[in-house]
Design a binder for this molecule. Structure first.
Ligand code: SF4
Ligand code: SF4
Length: 168
């Protein structure tokens, strides 16, 4: 368990470092490590198919950093301990799909609040309301797969799909 915690922490630290280096190099760094970037975000080593996302991610990450610095979002978003495990669903002890949710459990219907309220995510395909990096390392290790991680996040994004399980 301790080994996993160290592994997950190192993975997150190196991912944050990549984002920072990319910002400092005006978006060039992602092209230098293109195959890994393609796999990390899009589950596909064939980076040449996804190059259009590289510069989009640069601008998206700038907006994201600006939002967490300038808005009141820092506290809300950063409930992500470095050593927490990757997740592909919220904690089922804490959240459940609302009984009023009218779409399939694996769909977000027409909502994309958590993909657009803080900053527009470059991986949201708005024509189909679909996440193009669903299930990727990025998606599982950071805020997407585990959303909502807290009741505050749920409220902030006005998520219509999940609800808090009241603890007895
Ligand atoms: S779920 Fe996909 S589209 Fe939404 S914020 Fe995460 S990566 Fe972006
Ligand atoms: S806020 Fe909830 S329903 Fe809307 S996209 Fe996010 S998880 Fe899906």
């Amino acid at each position: 368990m301790m080994f996993n915690k160290i592994r997950w922490s190192l993975f997150r630290i190196s991912s944050y470092a990549i984002v920072i280096i990319n910002i400092l190099t005006f978006g060039i760094f992602l092209y230098v490590i293109a195959p890994y970037v393609s796999y990390f975000f899009l589950n596909d080593w064939k980076f040449w198919k996804h190059l259009s996302y590289f510069h989009k991610f640069y601008f998206s990450s700038l907006s994201y950093v600006k939002s967490i610095v300038l808005k009141d979002s820092l506290f809300i978003m950063y409930h992500l301990p470095l050593s927490s495990p990757p997740m592909d669903s919220p904690d089922i002890q804490l959240f459940r799909v609302s009984k009023d949710w009218e779409y399939p459990d694996n769909s977000c219907g027409t909502c994309f609040n958590c993909c657009s309220m803080l900053a527009d995510c470059c991986f949201l395909d708005t024509s189909q309301n679909k996440c193009v990096c669903y299930g990727s390392l990025f998606w599982r290790y950071f805020n997407c797969g585990r959303f909502p991680a807290t009741g505050k996040q749920l409220k902030y994004y006005k998520c219509p799909k999940f609800e808090v399980i009241e603890q007895a």
